[in-house]
Design a protein around this ligand. Structure first.
Ligand code: 5GP
Ligand code: ZN
Length: 134
């Protein structure tokens, strides 16, 4: 897709710090420089996000996320990782090409990577009625 920043990164038109690449997936460091090793993992075939992505691209991307988390923990001195995806503008998605964030973690690193929630507005039973699928 011509006006997509991640497609341009994959094509090498915008430079990036590449971490991993195969036929269908590209992984690179997030330019935010907010956490050591903050990595973005994206399918090479453009799709705008989690909902519109074809199953094969999604599976390939998640498989690469697994591979990279294992590498960071087994080989690179990290102890764990947070994996994040923001789906939709209201959820904080700013780049509309599917991506997963990997935040490599160490005990005591001070990184706060879980959303800061307020109290929910509905009971669990109400939410079950609204959300239950099948
Ligand atoms: P989102 O909020 O859509 O889940 O995350 C988009 C991420 O892309 C942000 O963390 C942002 O820092 C990163 N990003 C945006 N533009 C660029 C870029 O040109 N290069 C790299 N490496 N990361 C980018
Ligand atoms: Zn794209």
């Amino acid at each position: 897709m011509t006006d997509c920043i991640f497609c341009k990164i994959i094509a090498g038109e915008i430079p990036s710090y590449r971490i991993y690449e195969d036929e269908r997936v590209y992984a690179f460091l997030d330019v935010a420089e907010d956490a050591d090793g903050h990595t973005l993992v994206v399918p090479k075939r453009h799709c705008s996000g989690l909902i519109d992505c074809d199953g094969e691209s999604l599976a390939d991307t998640v498989h690469a996320v697994q591979k990279l988390c294992a590498h960071y923990i087994r080989d690179c001195g990290f102890e764990g990782a947070n994996v994040l995806n923001f789906t939709g503008e209201c959820a904080g998605q700013t780049v509309f090409h599917l991506h997963f964030h990997i935040i490599p973690r160490k005990t005591g690193d001070g990184v706060y990577s879980f959303p800061r929630f307020k109290k929910c507005t509905r009971t669990l039973a109400e939410m079950q009625k609204i959300l239950a699928l099948g």
